[in-house]
Design a protein around this ligand. Structure first.
Ligand SMILES: [Zn+2]
Length: 497
């Protein structure tokens, strides 16, 4: 039986977004639990689709003794504030020091954290921890599929294990794989490592593993382990809106010896490079998309989904852009639902006005991003909710949502789901909480790039990727990069940086 400390500290940083992540953002619960310390971790995370509980279940089954440290995450945003990073990392390290003798350490990190003072947040955390635990302690880290893998992470972790689905439905499973790898390292000692990078960025909507070429690529990665060519093989797409030198797709392979690790890493990155042309897909303009959806919805009873990807709060948008809403209302789309609009003030006014009342005001553009304007109109309050409900879809499965006061507003043929907390529209329960049955909508405009697919793709007639105003450009050429490494192509088959 081994004694393993466990913890987590997650942030996905869009260095181009307007709002930074403070300590309070990590402390607060959102779609995931808030900052949780010690034994409370076991109860709080039970059954949630996150790597940490996946690790806990598998490690307990393997007979290990677990020492819970702390876990926290904040919604994707701009840089993690220096104070927040130092306070949380400092506490994590203090907790590790207090554990006495450990046989292993598992961390549930994201892999795309940029702080005010470090380009590679996770690399910094791991380097500091490695310095105090010494070179021999097995440190296994699970990462998100959007991790921007860095050489520093690879150097200081004994093994990195990357999730394989986007929507991320296998987060718990990824934690389980990390636990299996930990057990292997404890029994048989360290593995050889090899990392390779691709030279082009893949926009988020095409990183989806429910469609090719990503689906096929991840099958190959999985087979590398299944067929015994690697002890562990991972591919991370990277998180494009991060202006850092090590942004982009990469593979990392662990094997018995360096020759095997290198050979498998070369083979996998070769496949990633060969898939480049397949990663270029259509980006719709908002009016064009709404007109197409209105036409198409006349001949089907399944909703057409417009992915409002550039305002995806899961990627640094604020979920407060009303640009696509404006197109739906002005083109007189019928049976449209727009979700989720993050606007606490409007939710409050709707609650004060009461059910069936109506009020006139400018909604949206709550966070003050430049270039976003409010949408002015007269809105009827169609439903109210307290924002407390259980998620039902595969992505947020089992999680208790706390979105604050919510309201369903109506204008023309469009209904608007308003929340008081920022949360990606990736679960049908968010709509049902306000009495909206997603299947009955003609058009669903969702502030999400890919995660919505887990719950919504099965009910959709067609899905369009729409470029309406927002802080998360789907075309990377719109981002003012300065720090990418030379030679990176901003889009598949595009010109080099
Ligand atoms: Zn992700």
């Amino acid at each position: 039986m081994a004694r393993i400390a466990i913890g987590g500290f997650q942030h996905e940083t869009n260095t181009f977004a307007p709002v930074r992540a403070s300590f309070e953002d990590f402390e607060m619960a959102d779609g995931w639990p808030g900052l949780t310390r010690g034994e409370a971790i076991f109860e709080t995370f039970k059954g949630i689709n996150l790597p940490l509980p996946g690790f806990i279940d598998a490690a307990k089954a393997a007979g290990h003794e677990l020492r819970p440290l702390l876990w926290c995450s904040a919604s994707p945003s701009a840089h993690v504030e220096r104070g927040a990073f130092e306070r949380i990392t400092g506490e994590l390290i203090d907790l590790i020091k207090k554990q006495g003798k450990l046989d292993g350490l598992y961390l549930d990190l994201h892999g795309a954290m940029v702080t005010e003072h470090f380009e590679d947040g996770e690399g910094e955390i791991l380097e500091r921890i490695r310095a105090i635990v010494g070179p021999a302690l097995p440190i296994v880290v699970s990462l998100d599929l959007h991790a921007n893998l860095t050489e520093r992470m690879v150097r200081h972790a004994s093994a990195l294990v990357v999730c394989r689905t986007y929507p991320h439905v296998d987060l718990a499973e990824t934690g389980g794989r990390a636990a299996d790898l930990m057990t292997r390292l404890l029994r048989h000692g360290p593995l050889a490592k090899a990392m390779r990078r691709a030279d082009y960025l893949v926009p988020l909507p095409w990183q989806c593993t429910l469609i090719n070429p990503a689906a096929a690529l991840y099958r190959v990665v999985e087979e590398a382990e299944g067929q015994g060519r690697a002890a562990s093989a991972s591919f991370a797409f990277g998180f494009p809106p991060a202006d850092i030198a090590e942004c982009g797709p990469a593979v990392v392979v662990y094997a018995e010896d360096a020759a095997r690790a290198n050979a498998e890493a070369d083979r996998l990155i070769g496949m990633v490079n060969a898939a480049e042309a397949e990663f270029a897909g259509k980006i719709w303009q908002k009016d064009e998309a709404v007109r197409y959806a209105m036409n198409k919805s006349a001949s089907t009873n399944r909703p057409i989904i417009l992915a409002d990807t550039q305002d995806n709060p899961g990627a640094g948008g604020n979920s407060d852009s009303v640009d696509l809403l404006e197109a739906l209302v002005s083109l007189k789309a019928a049976g449209a639902v727009f979700a989720n609009l993050y606007d606490p003030e409007t939710a409050k006014i709707a609650h004060e006005a009461g059910l069936h009342a109506s009020f006139e005001r400018g909604i949206g553009a709550w966070c003050g991003s430049s270039g976003l304007e409010k949408f002015r109109g007269r809105f009827e309050v169609l439903a109210l909710g307290d924002g407390n409900f259980k998620a039902t879809g595969p992505f947020y499965r089992g999680n208790q949502m706390q979105l604050g006061p919510m309201a369903l507003l109506g204008i023309g043929g469009t209904k608007i789901v308003v929340t008081s907390r920022k949360q990606q529209a990736a679960d049908q329960a968010m709509l049902r909480h306000l009495g909206v049955e997603p299947r009955d909508a003609k058009i669903l405009a969702l502030k999400s790039s890919v995660h919505f697919r887990a719950d919504f793709q099965p009910i959709a007639e067609e899905i369009l990727i729409v470029a309406a105003a927002g802080d998360n450009p789907v075309d990377n050429r719109a981002l003012p990069y300065r720090h990418l490494r030379k030679g990176m192509r901003l889009m598949p088959l595009g010109e080099a940086f």
